[in-house]
Design a protein around this ligand. Structure first.
Ligand SMILES: Nc1ncnc2c1ncn2[C@@H]1O[C@H](COP(=O)(O)OP(=O)(O)O)[C@@H](O)[C@H]1O
Ligand SMILES: [Mg+2]
Length: 271
């Protein structure tokens, strides 16, 4: 079982779109996927029609003994979801008061899930984060094998890559077992270049800068079909299987995207 966090300190860079399509693609390969929605906007939960669910991710961040907040989706093979909580911001402020325990709630929950034999059902756990690097996001980072951070060819795209690496390094040096000096954060950080446009100077410059960097594992084009996936609840993996003429023309693009997902999977499997 591998745990993947998708996060960035910027909104609208494609975190949820990538989490959804990558997770669905893994499920289509026969892998068992658990999504955890760590954004108070609950966009990922919305895609599975799981809004205002009482058993939500908020139950992970508590000192009370509660039932595990896993909500299986019966109508979708290979995918389970822990729905998001609209209260996540106040939850985050609450965890921040918890001192040493504050980064460890997700860790403790997973340990409990593992004891109950629930966690072993999954091949991949995907955590879709919100746009701030707060205590909730740090909880995700602490349990992760891999962090995927989407970056885009916007004005501050490359700066965001640099800034995120620094933030993570800081957490790594702070969240440690003081007896051994080892960091609790073991995750490898990789970047996904998203919304790459054809023939625009900003995308070209962006790609030139990234070319020399080996931590950029996938390149995803800016395509209307990504919008469609979330608007129509129809992931890339479903479109690939669909013989409808409206998808047939897009088959090459869809296959290219699937190739990038394969690269992401390889990175995770080798972590
Ligand atoms: N590669 C892409 N091509 C075109 N649109 C994209 C792409 N990736 C994301 N989007 C669109 O950008 C918007 C923001 O994406 P979203 O995944 O919600 O970002 P985040 O979770 O980082 O806030 C959405 O409308 C989504 O459809
Ligand atoms: Mg999102």
């Amino acid at each position: 079982m591998k745990i993947i966090t998708i996060c960035a300190t910027k909104g609208g860079v494609g975190k949820t779109t990538i989490a959804y399509n990558f997770g669905e693609w893994l499920a289509a390969q026969g892998e068992k996927v658990l999504f955890v929605d760590l954004d108070q906007q609950c966009n990922l939960s919305h895609l599975y029609d799981l809004e205002n669910v009482e058993q939500n991710v908020g139950n992970i961040f508590t000192d009370e003994e509660k039932l595990s907040p896993i909500t299986p989706i019966d109508n979708k093979a290979n995918i389970d979801v822990v729905p998001g909580s609209p209260e996540l911001n106040s939850i985050s402020s609450w965890i921040a008061t918890k001192k040493q325990k504050s980064p460890m709630y997700m860790f403790l929950w997973l340990k409990k899930m593992s004891k109950q034999g629930v966690l072993e059902k999954y091949d991949y756990v995907i955590l879709d984060c919100h746009n701030v690097y707060d205590d909730v996001t740090i909880n995700a980072v602490v349990v992760s094998d891999v962090i995927f951070s989407p970056i885009t060819p916007s004005e501050f795209g490359y700066g965001a890559k640099f800034a995120f690496s620094n933030i993570l390094d800081e957490s790594k040096s702070e969240i440690i077992d003081f007896a051994t000096g080892d960091s609790y954060i073991k995750a490898r950080l990789y970047f996904i270049a998203n919304m790459i446009r054809h023939n625009t100077s900003s995308s070209r410059e962006f790609l030139e800068v990234l070319e020399s960097e080996d931590d950029v594992v996938a390149y995803l084009p800016e395509r209307e079909i990504f919008n469609k996936t979330t608007l129509e609840y129809n992931p890339i993996s479903e479109m690939l299987k669909n013989d409808d003429p409206k998808y047939r023309k897009q088959k090459k693009v869809l296959r290219d995207i699937a190739e990038e997902f394969k690269k992401m999977k390889d990175v995770v499997d080798n972590s």
